[in-house]
Design a protein around this ligand. Sequence first.
Ligand SMILES: *Cc1c(COP(=O)(O)O)cnc(C)c1O
Length: 378
Amino acid sequence: MKKRLFTPGPTPIPESVLLKMAEPIIHHRNPEFREVAARVNKNLQYLFQTEQPVLTLTSSGTGGVESTFVSLFSPGDTIISCNGGKFGERWVNMPRIFGITVVELSVPWGSVPTEEQLLPLLKKYPETKAVYLTHSETSTGAATDIKTLAQVIRRNSNALVCVDGITAIGAHEFRFDEWGIDVCVTGSQKGLMIPPGLAFVALSQRAIAALEHSAIPKFYFDLRKALKSYKEDDTPWTPAISLIIGVDDALQKIREEGIENIWKRHERLAASVRAGVQAAGLKLFSNFPSYAVTPVWLPENIQWKKFNSLLKGKYGITVAGGQGAFKEKIFRISHLGYYDELDMVTVISALELTLNECGFSLTLGAGVAAVLHSLQSK
Ligand SMILES: *Cc1c(COP(=O)(O)O)cnc(C)c1O
């Protein structure tokens, strides 16, 4: 059986990247590695659409976001953190551990924060040092309008605009410089198409200035150290060398396809999956569709365990389950990273067969037809 992964991290890895990472390891303090790091640094700027530094940390995405909390703020600083799901919740709880005062903007799961909700908070807390936003909330498949909210923040406060772009970078349009973003984090096992283990942190000049005033204790995640090494295409600690070699290849692929084409591909694939699941008779979870992942309500009389074991055991397809209150109630199909049109046909056909075997009444092929029509029309 051929195994196929449709989860929003880890995501499938291109064959050429796998081969590169299998080559004998090189040492990181020599010119051979510096050359790779220099190219990675340049191409990361392209990915984030910025002229500013994009730091590479050896950690998962969560560590990347932690590095921003401990490096930018001091105990007692106030930030606004938007929470519409599992990851937004994390960015409310984590900064509190470091003594940061967090004003929470909470929205129901599946929904996204709006200008009307954010503006009064910016006025009420003029001392706010930053606003944290999750671009694509992976637990709910809801995408926030970062461009608009960044404008609202820049016009009405001095707060840094900080974005969890972990499943948005490489799926959604994102322009760090043009949109006035100060901080954006992504992880390697999402849109970058390599295994877990690297985090990437883009910093504006305003964010870089803030690094100097931070009084939260830190060592490994001190972005001042990472920035100093970055200027010499180096890292302060031993980096995950093989992953950096992998991401070098992945970023070259991204450059070849072109970032705007990649955004369009994700939009097109996401639309086809939405058309497919609805034509199969299922309901979408969010009205603000992420181009990275599509959460779908599991029909009431179908058990998640049975559904998932059939999908995985019989068809080799791994999707993600629901999180938090939606565990066993929704499932999530990822189309983030290394996917093409026919992958969408595959996942929807396996979904239809599985639903059919679970006793759900549907016309086999209706979902697949909707995928094909959707792909053809865009
Ligand atoms: C995956 C993910 C994270 C967490 O990243 P880890 O690599 O698991 O630490 C954070 N935010 C979002 C939106 C994610 O999708």
